[in-house]
Design a protein around this ligand. Structure first.
Ligand code: 6PG
Length: 232
C-alpha cells in the first residue's frame, strides 16, 4: 500500500500552527467522544514549538488525553536537547496542563535498557494512537529513523510489534529512543509537519519512485493520504 502527500500550504508558521492545532484538537475531541480518551504522539526538534503553544490553548477535555513523544534523545530532561522538556514547557501548559505525559527517557545505563523500560511503561497505554505528528530532517529522517541507523529495517518494518526501540546512528548526535513505524502507521491521524523550501525539496525527492529515504517508508506504508502541513 502507498499513500500520497496531501499538501496543506500556509502563508506563515503562525497560520500553520493554528490550523494544525485546530485539526489535532478536533481529532482528539472525536476520540474522546468515541472512546472516552485520546492518545497523541508528537515529535521534538525545533519545528513544533509554535504548534505546541497553539495546541496548548485549545479547549479540550485534556485530563482525558495522554501525550507521548514520537522519539527522544537519550538525555535527561535537564538537557536542552530533551524532547520531553520541550513538550512539558511548550505543550503541557495552559489548557493542556491537565494532560497525562508519559516520557520515553529513563535514566538507565544503556539506551537498550531505557527502551525496555519505556516499552513497559507504554504497554498499558490506550493503543492505537489517535494522532501522530511527525517532523522530518533534511537527510530524510523522521522520528528517529536515521538513514545510518543500524536497525533501520526494524524501525521501518510496518509489521513489527513492540512500542519503543533504541537507535544508534552516527548522524543522530546521541543514542535515541523511538516508536517504530508500525505503531505510528496505526494512528487515526498521521500527519507530517515541515517548514522551509529545503525540506519540501527533500520530501518531494523522497517520494519519487525508487527513492529510499526513511520518510519514504512512511508514505509507502501509510494506509491513507498523509497530510503534509507546510510553509516556507
Ligand atoms: C527529534 C525528532 C526528529 C525531528 C526532525 C526535525 O527529536 O529530532 O523528533 O524526528 O522531527 O529531526 O527536526 P527540526 O524540527 O529541528 O528540523
Amino acid at each position: 500500500m502507498s499513500a500520497r502527500p496531501d499538501w496543506r500550504v500556509f502563508a506563515s508558521s503562525d497560520a500553520l500552527a493554528e490550523a494544525l492545532a485546530d485539526d489535532v484538537a478536533r481529532a482528539l475531541g472525536a476520540a474522546i467522544d468515541r472512546r472516552g480518551q485520546a492518545f497523541l504522539a508528537v515529535s521534538g526538534g525545533t519545528t513544533p514549538k509554535l504548534f505546541f503553544r497553539a495546541l496548548s490553548r485549545q479547549k479540550l477535555d485534556w485530563e482525558k488525553v495522554t501525550v507521548i513523544p514520537v522519539d527522544e534523545r537519550f538525555v535527561p530532561e535537564t538537557s536542552p536537547r530533551s524532547n520531553a522538556a520541550l513538550i512539558r514547557n511548550s505543550l503541557l501548559t495552559d489548557e493542556a496542563a491537565a494532560a497525562r505525559f508519559v516520557p520515553l527517557f529513563h535514566a538507565a545505563e544503556t539506551v537498550e535498557d531505557a527502551a525496555t523500560r519505556a516499552a513497559a511503561a507504554l504497554a498499558s497505554l490506550p493503543w492505537p494512537l489517535d494522532v501522530a505528528i511527525l517532523g522530518m530532517g533534511t537527510d530524510g529522517h523522521t522520528a528517529s529513523f536515521f538513514p545510518d541507523a543500524a536497525n533501520l529495517p526494524a524501525l521501518t518494518d510496518p509489521a513489527r510489534g513492540g512500542f519503543v526501540l533504541p537507535v544508534h546512528a552516527p548522524s543522530a548526535g546521541e543514542p535515541r529512543l523511538t516508536l517504530p513505524l508500525a505503531r505510528l502507521m496505526e494512528a487515526g491521524l498521521l500527519a507530517l509537519h515541515i517548514e522551509g523550501k529545503d525540506k519540501r525539496r527533500v520530501l518531494e525527492a523522497a517520494l519519487e519512485p525508487g527513492a529510499d529515504k526513511p520518510i519514504s517508508a512512511v508514505f509507502a506504508h501509510a494506509r491513507k493520504p498523509v497530510p503534509v502541513y507546510w510553509t516556507t
